[in-house]
Design a protein. Structure first.
Length: 67
């Protein structure tokens, strides 16, 4: 069985006087596991083109029927 080593983290410690110090204790979660959901698929060009064609057809029908 494959065992993955935890990644070391760098944290920040805030003091009452407003000072900030870096700490190296603890472990951070793997960034690849934090982001879940469906990946970005890009712009749906086919749907945009269908919408433009429908609008053009409606405009042409309006022009033909009105005059």
């Amino acid at each position: 069985m494959w065992k993955k080593k935890p990644l070391p983290s760098v944290g920040l410690s805030y003091s009452k006087g407003g000072g900030v110090t870096a700490t190296g204790s603890g472990y951070r979660a793997d960034a690849r596991r934090e982001k879940q959901g469906k990946p970005y698929e890009g712009v749906p060009w086919q749907k945009i083109m269908i919408g433009i064609v429908v609008i053009i057809i409606l405009v042409l029908l309006f022009i033909v029927l009105s005059g």
